[in-house]
Design a protein around this ligand. Structure first.
Ligand SMILES: Nc1nc2c(ncn2[C@@H]2O[C@H](COP(=O)(O)OP(=O)(O)OP(=O)(O)O)[C@@H](O)[C@H]2O)c(=O)[nH]1
Ligand SMILES: [Mg+2]
Length: 308
């Protein structure tokens, strides 16, 4: 008997997994069924976000981290979020080449996810892909994203542990770490520690950081991703953060991921209903907004009631 796509997925079929991710990315109808079939199985993976300025070495670091995690026997999935900027188009190919050393390893799965559509689209697609990878049993899911812009910060909400990467020579180091990213970081990496300016970067970062919060002091780890220096320390810092979080926080993060997906789907449904509505009330409301009589957020609340 043929297996359904989801059975193949749960049995660890890589091609089924690749196809399922494509279905999610393209928001094809079968995606909903796939996600439903694996629902309830998520919640065991440790989700690690890796963000930071372009060129800081995130992909090289991710590849090195895969090696360190595999050496401990854990399986690893990587989601590289492509900001879909033509300027960065080459970076994705670079990522693939960099991670190719793990291509034949059954315990490793690497996938780029393209950012398409509106702002919420990136985080939703990524959330669903992360859920899927969690559900099919990967021990660790690494999510690499360029640390700029709102949607990338959103993506980081998916992670249990956020690693922010900087490197000397990117200009003002603290500026290179965008406001907002500083706060969400659980672990800092100063990569390219082979540079004579690395110590200064570490010092600057150290001075910019606040006190410990929730009993966790953000460690700063110096690494040379190219030769593996500091990678074990980085893995240990990530593991220490996982231990610090405990299972309750991880469960809460899984629930938060579900809530974000629900909110995004609800917003989509409302949008579709509004655009399809032939209610005069809705049309009047739009006019009131365009003439400036009602603020948009207030109109949005009223619109929701009109459709009920
Ligand atoms: N000297 C030195 N170069 C490094 C190190 N780590 C990475 N690089 C180099 O830095 C460049 C950028 O590395 P990537 O891993 O592509 O950086 P990234 O942050 O993933 O870049 P984007 O995905 O484009 O944002 C590459 O040429 C790497 O070989 C390091 O520790 N030392
Ligand atoms: Mg990269």
């Amino acid at each position: 008997m043929d297996r359904t796509p989801s059975e193949g997925l749960l049995a660890g079929d890589r091609r089924a997994l690749g196809r399922a991710i494509s279905a999610i990315e393209d928001a094809r109808p079968e995606a909903a069924g796939i996600l439903q079939d694996v629902a309830g199985k998520a919640g065991t993976a440790h989700i690690v976000g890796i963000t930071g300025a372009p060129g800081s070495g995130k992909s090289t670091l991710t590849s090195a981290l895969i090696g360190a995690l595999r050496a401990t026997g854990r399986t690893v999935a990587v989601v590289a979020v492509d900001p879909s900027s033509p300027l960065l188009g080459g970076a994705i190919l670079g990522d693939r080449i960099r991670m190719v050393e793990h291509a034949l390893d059954e315990g490793v799965f690497v996938r780029s996810v393209a950012a398409r559509g509106h702002l919420g689209g990136l985080s939703r697609t990524t959330a669903q892909v992360v859920d899927l990878l969690d559900s099919v049993g990967f021990d660790v899911v690494l999510v690499e994203t360029v640390g700029s812009g709102q949607s990338e910060t959103e993506v980081m909400h998916l992670a249990h542990t956020v690693v922010v990467v900087t490197a000397p020579g990117l200009g003002d180091e603290v500026q290179a770490i965008k406001a907002g990213v500083l706060e969400i970081a659980d672990v800092f990496v100063v990569n390219k520690a082979d540079s004579p300016f690395a110590a200064k970067t570490t010092r600057t970062l150290h001075d910019a950081l606040g006190d410990a919060s929730d009993g966790w002091t953000q460690p700063i780890i110096e690494t040379i991703a190219l030769d593996g220096t500091g990678i074990t320390e980085l893995m240990q810092a990530i593991d220490a953060h996982a231990a610090h979080l405990g299972d309750d926080v991880r469960r809460a993060a899984t629930a938060d991921r579900a809530l974000r997906q629900l909110a995004a789907a609800a917003a989509d449904a409302l949008e579709a209903d509004l655009l399809a509505s032939d209610s005069e009330g809705v049309a009047d409301l739009a006019l009131e907004v365009s003439s400036g009589r009602i603020p948009l957020d207030e109109a949005a609340r009223r619109a929701r009631h009109l459709l009920e």
